[in-house]
Design a protein around this ligand. Structure first.
Ligand code: SF4
Ligand code: FES
Length: 360
């Protein structure tokens, strides 16, 4: 077993936005307790001891933690590379300067579209203008900037405009991430899932953009796995490369694993090293032993690891089945039915705003 490379510190699930594809748990009221500063410092030190190199400070909105700069400074003292994953609401110049002084290495800002009206509508709150101002501050202070845009039926036709927006801001990296259908996104799937024609147009724009901006901006395109033949190698394999600590101190192998009903592992009860090495939640889907025969006997078992456990659970109620995205899966019809519905509807996605996560 290798050491984890990345560590996601979900500092809080509180958030000023209310995006319809939010990956935070739908039962947010179960997560009102948050680790305090001293507890997070201990967790950061344990992550460093475990071999972690990258620390993603995430949420919810991590800027809502008043101790964020202290935590950045602690991670920086340990030699961890720190990435702030933020909506940028609250990233004023004084706050940004404080984080710069604390040693923050990188900033990733989410925008929901290329312009205010649509972005604010998807975010559920006026926020676009503040995001743009924050992105300018990030560049002025000399940080590398990643812009992250979650793609869905409502905004995927505007990728070219999103790219122009990223260029104007001087973004170093643009993440165009098709929605992953867990949690809130799964509940809103009918309004979010694009049709095939939209995806084909989007992929053409991405190809042309990559060629045009090669060497100037990294353009990452996260594939829409419902339209793929094979599933994604989620998290690079269960318990292989990453670990996540939730605001209340639970430790998970992936952002959505809280939904699987696995035994809990908590930093209140065990060290990160002990949880990583032996806790049932990390052991449950490590290696090939848990796989159904279909995957265990498949040439791709060490490439996609049988796909995403959370997606298998979301779609079949059983996390130990092959990911239904796989065209070989006996459950693949669940995905093809959803894709067929997405290609038959004339819905443009307006309904997605009717069902929002509450803000914690
Ligand atoms: Fe991956 Fe399993 Fe499908 Fe093979 S059968 S491609 S291992 S999900
Ligand atoms: Fe949990 Fe894919 S999101 S394994």
């Amino acid at each position: 077993m290798d050491s984890p490379f990345g560590f996601v510190a979900e500092l809080t699930y509180r958030c000023p936005l209310a995006c319809a594809y939010c990956s935070n748990p739908v039962n947010l009221s179960d997560y009102t307790d948050e680790l305090n500063t001293a507890q997070w410092r201990r967790v950061l030190a344990e992550a460093h001891e475990l071999g972690v190199l990258q620390c993603h400070l995430s949420g919810g909105e991590p800027l809502l933690r008043r101790d964020l700069a202290d935590l950045v400074a602690s991670a920086n003292d340990l030699g961890l590379y720190t990435n702030l994953v933020t909506s940028a609401i609250g990233l004023s110049r004084p706050r940004a300067e404080q984080l710069r002084a604390a040693g923050l290495d990188h900033v990733q800002i989410s925008i929901q579209a290329h312009e205010a009206a649509l972005s604010d509508q998807i975010a559920g709150t006026p926020s676009f203008q503040r995001k743009i101002e924050a992105a300018r501050i990030v560049k002025e202070l000399g940080w590398p900037l990643t812009l992250n845009v979650v793609l869905h039926r409502r905004n995927i036709d505007r990728i070219a405009e999103v790219v122009r927006c990223a260029e104007l801001l001087g973004a170093d990296r643009l993440e165009l991430a098709n929605t992953q259908y867990y949690g809130w996104a799964w509940r809103n799937r009918a309004a979010l899932l694009p049709n095939r024609a939209q995806l084909e147009r989007a992929e053409e724009v991405v190809r042309a953009t990559r060629a045009r901006l090669a060497g100037r901006m990294d353009v990452l395109y996260v594939l829409p796995d419902y339209y793929s033949q094979y599933p994604k190698p989620c998290m690079g394999g269960w318990g292989k490369r990453q670990l996540i600590v939730t605001p209340n101190g639970d430790v998970l192998p992936c952002l959505a694993a809280h939904s699987l009903g696995l035994p809990r592992a908590s930093v209140h009860e065990e060290s990160l090293a002990s949880i990583w090495a032996g806790s049932p939640v990390f052991q449950r889907f490590r290696g090939n032993g848990w796989m159904p025969d279909l995957c265990r006997n498949c040439d791709r078992r060490d490439i996609d690891f049988g796909g995403c456990r959370c997606q298998a659970f979301q779609l079949t109620g059983d996390a130990s089945r092959a990911d239904p995205v796989c065209h070989l899966s006996p459950d693949h019809h669940i995905v093809t039915d959803a894709v067929r519905a997405a290609n038959e509807t004339t819905c443009a996605g307006e309904a997605l705003l009717d069902l929002r996560p509450h803000r914690g």
